[in-house]
Design a protein around this ligand. Structure first.
Ligand SMILES: *[C@@H]1O[C@H](CO)[C@@H](O)[C@H](O)[C@H]1NC(C)=O
Ligand SMILES: *[C@@H]1O[C@H](CO)[C@@H](O)[C@H](O)[C@H]1NC(C)=O
Ligand SMILES: *[C@@H]1O[C@H](CO)[C@@H](O)[C@H](O)[C@H]1NC(C)=O
Ligand SMILES: *[C@@H]1O[C@H](CO)[C@@H](O)[C@H](O)[C@H]1NC(C)=O
Ligand SMILES: *[C@@H]1O[C@H](CO)[C@@H](O)[C@H](O)[C@H]1NC(C)=O
Ligand SMILES: *[C@@H]1O[C@H](CO)[C@@H](O)[C@H](O)[C@H]1NC(C)=O
Length: 584
């Protein structure tokens, strides 16, 4: 090795090139990491460029840091491994070397591997295969089904050749052939079969099953998994989702060709025709799940506006104002029992701080020691999953900061400030086995869905989340995320600090099947007053300080930022948000 470098080789330039490329790759890696936070299907899971070895991340199955707790058995079917969808019993097969067979692999782009579920329990059938990127640890599942009615499942009558990779110029061990079951009348296909030979799959035991139409629902692409110009692999999800929707996520994938004519018939998800909450965890089981997965929330070291409990906010001076009677605000009972209940956000009532300056400053800053989170328990995907929505209250949302050209951080006066800030993290947990599958982190008016294998854990199986400076948007990684284009935009800064809390340390379950809701939850008006910030004036003030050339650029840039990002309006409470009954 050494001698070959020495021969006819200038070591100095070589070292410089090595150094520069090391730096570049490091910088790139950091950038990709930061950008990726907003894209859960992202490229960020790229492997370390220096570890291009034969063992890929996907060859190792993801494992939670600690063993999952034993869930005490209840009288519901939660945690029992099988759920009856009404004539069709389903199990969740976690993809691993013992439950599945690797069928095909490509190294193109981030690389993809396709798995076939095998070793199913007697009388269970595959509904489709599983596909995953190579640069992430193996973490996925598909449902397999057993016919308990006698006509819920049927073998296909043949297969449609959807796609093959024979003529594609990609790095692959050999070509793959994607097949869609051709189902008998009144039956639908849920997933695809993949082979490495051009021969159509046999219609025997090994084949994948078709499902009776009424036991299926419309599905759509969920996340982009892998693709080239000629083909896109996406995971599938029910098209209708929410607390009342019966569509069941199956873990299978679809394969689309941009110019396929005619396209193959659509793939379906399953339908829980007996959706009656009998697979949901009991309150005790939910508490145990929450104690297992309750997130840590890290606030930025410079954060002045900390969270608190709702009770603390009410007891420390928050006042209820009524339109037309502004001079007579009333103190709020600790449980909110004197807040107007129900109705709509009609502007007749709002909350605000006390007039006294010191009292006002104190309320604004919250109280970490008195922080409490509020849990909303939601059935998802026809009751096959449970969403534990963790609501966090901050009495105040601080002002926004811009990054513009060489100006790294420009505080925007009072722009972005508002009273009463509700944020949430959602834990999506399997009702088959109590395992955390994904977490959703709220970020301003949107958010990111992160798979458990991509989360950072601390103290067992508790995910870590980072609350951005002032805006309190939740992210799964520390660092800076810009909302904007070309390196300019609104900053979200996240970092570890000694300001943090364990959401499991103090919580209350406030909503879910059979729970009594506290009165403040049914207060549907704003948690802060409407304050008109003069955004244009703030920007004009900043523009004046800039040299002419940058001034124009600055105006152009700020005019592109959607005004709703500045959230000047006091927000409404959790129950008024669309996600209360919908999917995130
Ligand atoms: C997320 O990443 C995928 C794959 O690179 C890309 O196609 C998609 O446009 C990205 N979405 C966003 C919102 O950046
Ligand atoms: C489970 O048992 C409890 C107490 O025995 C009962 O109150 C509850 O209704 C039962 N739940 C179901 C889904 O049967
Ligand atoms: C709910 O559905 C399950 C099977 O899906 C069934 O065994 C149970 O009897 C149903 N419960 C009620 C109250 O309808
Ligand atoms: C593979 O795909 C090509 C078109 O891309 C098609 O002409 C050929 O028939 C396919 N082969 C099989 C076995 O499906
Ligand atoms: C799904 O099941 C429900 C309940 O049985 C039924 O009302 C609905 O029509 C089914 N959906 C489809 C697409 O058949
Ligand atoms: C204004 O508020 C005060 C304090 O709650 C109340 O006593 C009074 O009746 C209100 N007046 C009107 C006109 O609603």
């Amino acid at each position: 090795m050494q001698s070959s470098i020495g021969k006819g080789f200038q070591l100095f330039p070589f070292l410089i090139i090595l150094f520069v490329s090391l730096c570049l790759s490091h910088v790139c890696w950091i950038q990709v990491r930061a950008n990726s936070v907003l894209n859960s299907t992202d490229e960020s899971r790229s492997t370390d460029p220096f570890l291009l070895s034969t063992s890929l991340p996907v060859d190792t199955a993801f494992k939670f840091p600690s063993a999952l707790p034993e869930i005490p058995s209840g009288n519901s079917s939660f945690g029992k491994g099988r759920i009856d969808l009404g004539g069709l019993e389903v199990i969740q097969v976690s993809i691993s070397t013992s439950t599945s067979k690797q069928v095909w692999r490509t190294y193109e782009g981030m690389g993809l591997t396709i798995y076939q579920p095998i070793n199913l329990p007697p009388s269970f059938f595959t509904l489709g295969f599983y596909a995953q990127l190579n640069n992430r640890q193996l973490f996925g599942w598909v449902l397999a089904a057993r016919d308990v009615s006698g006509d819920s499942l049927r073998p296909p009558v043949g297969y449609i050749a959807v796609m093959n990779t024979t003529s594609m110029i990609i790095k692959q061990d050999g070509p793959a052939y994607f097949w869609q079951p051709l189902c008998p009348k009144e039956y639908q296909a849920v997933g695809l079969y993949v082979t490495t030979s051009p021969q159509e799959p046999s219609l025997s035991q090994e084949s994948i099953s078709c499902v009776r139409s009424d036991l299926t629902e419309k599905s759509e692409a969920d996340t982009w998994v892998w693709g080239t110009e000629e083909l896109t692999i996406s995971s599938m999800r029910p098209a209708n989702r929410g607390t009342e929707a019966t569509g069941v996520y199956t873990g299978t994938f679809s394969c689309q060709r941009p110019n396929s004519s005619p396209p193959p018939p659509p793939l379906f998800c399953l339908n829980n025709t007996r959706f009656n909450l009998s697979s949901m965890p009991s309150e005790d089981q939910t508490s145990l799940l929450f104690k297992t997965y309750s997130p840590w929330v890290y606030l930025h070291p410079d954060e002045d506006f900390l969270p608190s409990s709702v009770e603390w906010f009410f007891s420390n001076g928050a006042l209820l104002f009524q339109k037309g009677n502004e001079s007579n605000p009333v103190p709020i009972q600790p449980d909110g029992s004197n807040l107007p209940q129900g109705g709509s956000d009609d502007g007749l009532f709002w909350l605000d701080y006390p007039a006294d300056k010191d009292a006002k400053e104190r309320v604004k800053r919250g109280d970490l020691g008195n922080t409490k989170v509020y849990l909303h328990i939601k059935p998802m995907f026809g009751g096959t999953f449970t969403d534990i929505v963790v609501w966090i209250f901050y009495p105040f949302n601080g002002n926004a900061r811009l990054k513009f050209l060489f100006v790294k951080g420009l505080w925007l006066g009072d722009v972005g400030e508002h009273i009463g800030d509700w944020e949430h993290v959602t834990l999506r947990i399997s009702n088959f086995n109590g395992e955390l599958w994904r977490a959703y982190l709220s970020e301003h008016s949107a958010g990111t869905l992160v798979e458990a294998c991509d989360l950072e854990f601390q103290g067992g199986n508790k995910p870590v989340s980072y609350s951005s400076l002032h805006g309190h948007a939740m992210f799964s990684r520390p660092g800076m995320v810009l909302q904007g284009e070309g390196g300019n935009g609104l900053r979200n800064d996240m970092a570890r600090s000694d300001k943090f809390f364990d959401a499991g340390a103090s919580y209350a379950m406030v909503a879910g099947p059979g729970m009594v809701e506290p009165p403040w939850l049914n207060y549907f008006r704003k948690w802060g007053p409407f304050v008109q910030h003069d955004i244009q004036k703030t920007f004009d003030g900043i523009a004046k300080t800039l040299p002419g050339f940058f001034r124009k650029k600055f105006r152009k840039f700020v005019n592109q930022i959607p005004r709703e990002l500045f959230q000047e309006d006091g927000p409404t409470g959790p129950k008024v948000k669309r996600s209360w009954t919908a999917d995130e």
